[in-house]
Design a protein around this ligand. Structure first.
Ligand code: FAD
Length: 334
């Protein structure tokens, strides 16, 4: 029978890795606890409105990722975003300089993940809670379906480091130590909906004062339809300090800060707390692969903490796996 790998996560790293393995003839099954693919490249949708509340845009510096972006663009799943971008410092506002191209998923941030997931065996709403290695392969315990019937030749974890840690600790302490060394910080995100477009002369801003770090008019991104929406992201420091605050309290504080920057009170809002948004301390390596155990790690936290880094990490892990699966047909006992 062909090799069968489990990929835990349908974020951009897991999807990239899974597609590369599948293209090489490895059977792959993906598991994600969410309702759909995308992970932190995510969009909240309501009646007549939508708003990206995770990753805001991405850049493409590496030639391999540039080629991938070309495929996404050709499929209509990504496009360049050219916002009027400003920077708020303590006492002044200035235009943001820098010519690097920014890209977004179209018509929403989840589009590239949906494209990559197409044709793959993806099981959503399946939270992996434990891994167990037997002679016949790896077994996965899940919150929703108990221990899965099938065994896998290898397991690739593409989840944030704090979520990989409890899965690794009982089976592979060396990789657990790696995951334990990454620190990921929180981010409070507030989506605002307006009846009519706000009369602001910019579409997005880096904010270097107060609780906010980033604000953007989501509807200025290509392909967006529906009511005007803005996204506000609080700084990591503020988010960590207010992690357990009620959404009402968070919304009041962030809307007040938005109004100080020229914004206005919204018709409606929705808050989302990202517990593991941004990688604070970089763990180098790009990916990790234990050939003997058939266990691998990828994700943004292993490669710079951004969309491009996550994709490259998944790409690198697939390369490592493919380089030795042919003579590592069975995982060893851990
Ligand atoms: P994720 O996208 O987090 O995927 C992990 C997946 O694993 C998730 O779908 C999750 O549901 C699933 N999962 C976790 N645990 C389990 C489990 N036990 N069982 C099953 N499934 C599980 N990047 C940029 O490049 N530009 C930006 O502007 C930017 N802004 C950001 C703003 C915010 C608020 C956030 C949160 C992130 C931002 N990022 C940005 C970072 C970017 O979103 C990430 O780097 C990238 O999406 C990470 O991809 P990933 O595949 O590594 O992980």
């Amino acid at each position: 029978p062909p090799l069968h790998y489990a990929v835990v996560s349908a974020g951009i790293a897991g999807l990239c890795c899974a597609r590369a393995l599948a293209a090489a003839g490895v059977r792959v099954t993906l598991f994600d606890k969410s309702r759909g693919p995308g992970g932190r490249m995510s969009t909240r949708r309501g009646e007549g409105w939508a708003c990206d509340h995770g990753a805001q845009y991405f850049t493409a510096r590496d030639p391999a990722f540039q080629a991938e972006l070309g495929r996404w663009q050709a499929a209509g799943a990504a496009a360049r975003w050219e916002p009027r971008l400003v920077v708020f410092d303590d006492d002044q506002r200035r235009d943001s300089v820098g010519a690097e191209a920014r890209y977004v998923g179209t018509p929403r941030m989840t589009a590239p993940a949906r494209l990559l997931a197409d044709g793959l065996d993806l099981r959503v709403q399946t939270t992996v809670t434990a891994l167990q290695c037997y002679e016949h392969g790896w077994e996965l315990a899940t919150a929703e379906r108990g221990v899965l019937a099938e065994a896998f030749d290898g397991v690739l974890l593409a989840v944030p480091a704090p979520q990989a840690l409890p899965l690794l600790q009982p089976v592979l302490p060396a990789l657990a130590e790696l995951a334990g060394g990454a620190r990921m910080q929180a981010c409070w995100a507030l989506m605002l909906r307006f009846e009519t477009p706000l009369a602001l002369d910019f579409d997005a801003a880096f904010v270097n004062c107060g609780p906010l770090r980033w604000i953007a008019r989501d509807t200025s991104k290509p392909g967006r339809e529906g009511a005007e929406t803005w996204i506000l992201h609080a700084s990591a420091e503020w988010s960590e300090a207010h992690l357990e605050d009620s959404p009402d309290h968070v919304a009041a504080a962030l809307i007040a800060a938005f109004c100080e920057l020229g914004g206005g009170a919204p018709l409606a809002w929705a808050a989302h707390r990202w517990r593991y948004a941004i990688t604070a301390s970089a763990v180098d390596g790009g990916c990790a692969w234990h050939a003997g155990a058939g266990l691998g790690l990828c994700g943004d936290w292993l490669n710079g903490g951004r969309v491009e880094g996550a994709w490259l990490s998944g790409h690198a892990l697939a390369g490592r796996v493919l380089a030795n699966v042919r003579d590592e047909l069975r995982p060893g006992l851990v």
